[in-house]
Structures are given as structure tokens and as C-alpha cells.
Design a protein around this ligand. Structure first.
Ligand SMILES: [Zn+2]
Ligand SMILES: [Zn+2]
Length: 134
């Protein structure tokens, strides 16, 4: 797979059987639907269905970027001050640098506090992805 923005080859990041793809050139990442779904097993407060619903409702336009899985062009969605590109066919999501962190933050219940200090709030793979990006 290649980065839709700079055509760099994406690096496969695997943890617990789930695969995400990283672009080292622009620090963005591509998370396939299976990966998005898997987040809820690590973080029970994360609802992949709710996330997908928000994406659908917030979708505005097609972007110039192609889906790394070669489905066609990605759609842009703006929600909670975050812009993400996603594929309406395979439901993979492209996160620019920092956007995954923001997306998880805004989808996190307030009762659990704020901030990213505790390593316990992050899944092993997300921790690894974030540590490589921030
Ligand atoms: Zn890139
Ligand atoms: Zn796709």
C-alpha cells in the first residue's frame, strides 16, 4: 500500500493480529475497518459503530486522495474539529498526524478524566503508533 498523499510505501504495524499501516514520511496512518473495530476490544468506551455513524453524518466531499486499498477516492469527514479521510467502500480511515489521538480523545467519556498520561488507557498498538508519531 502507498500513502495517498506522498506515495511513500506504507509500513505494516501489527499487534495482537490487527494490522495498521504507517507512513513514515508524513506520520499519517491508515487503519482498515477491522482495526477500527478492534479498538473497542481494548478500550471499552470506544464504539466503532458510533464512530462510523459520525463519519457518515459528517462526510462532506470526495478528496483528491485515493484509498490505499484501491477502492477509489477517499471521502472527507469533519467532526469534533477533526478532519479525517475515509473510504466509503472498505470503511478504512486515513488519519493525518495527530488525528487518531484527537479522534480517540473526543470519543472518550468525560468521566474517565482527560489527558494521555496513563499508559493504561492505550492499547499496545495504539501506544506504539503514537509513540512513533509524537
Ligand atoms: Zn505519507
Ligand atoms: Zn477503500
Amino acid at each position: 500500500m502507498k500513502c495517498p498523499q506522498d506515495q511513500s510505501k506504507l509500513i505494516i504495524k501489527e499487534s495482537e493480529g490487527h494490522i495498521g499501516y504507517l507512513c513514515e514520511a508524513c506520520a499519517s496512518m491508515w487503519l482498515p475497518l477491522t482495526y477500527i473495530e478492534a479498538i473497542k476490544h481494548w478500550r471499552t468506551w470506544f464504539s466503532d459503530a458510533e464512530f462510523a455513524r459520525k463519519l457518515n453524518e459528517a462526510t462532506r466531499r470526495l478528496t483528491a486522495s485515493e484509498c490505499p486499498a484501491k477502492c477509489g477516492r477517499l471521502s472527507a469527514a469533519f467532526f469534533d474539529s477533526i478532519e479525517v479521510d475515509w473510504c466509503q467502500r472498505c470503511h478504512g480511515v486515513w488519519f493525518d498526524k495527530g488525528e487518531l489521538r484527537k479522534a480517540l480523545e473526543v470519543n472518550r467519556p468525560k468521566s474517565q478524566g482527560s489527558g494521555w498520561e496513563g499508559a493504561d488507557i492505550l492499547s499496545p498498538l495504539i501506544s506504539e503508533l503514537l509513540s512513533g508519531l509524537f
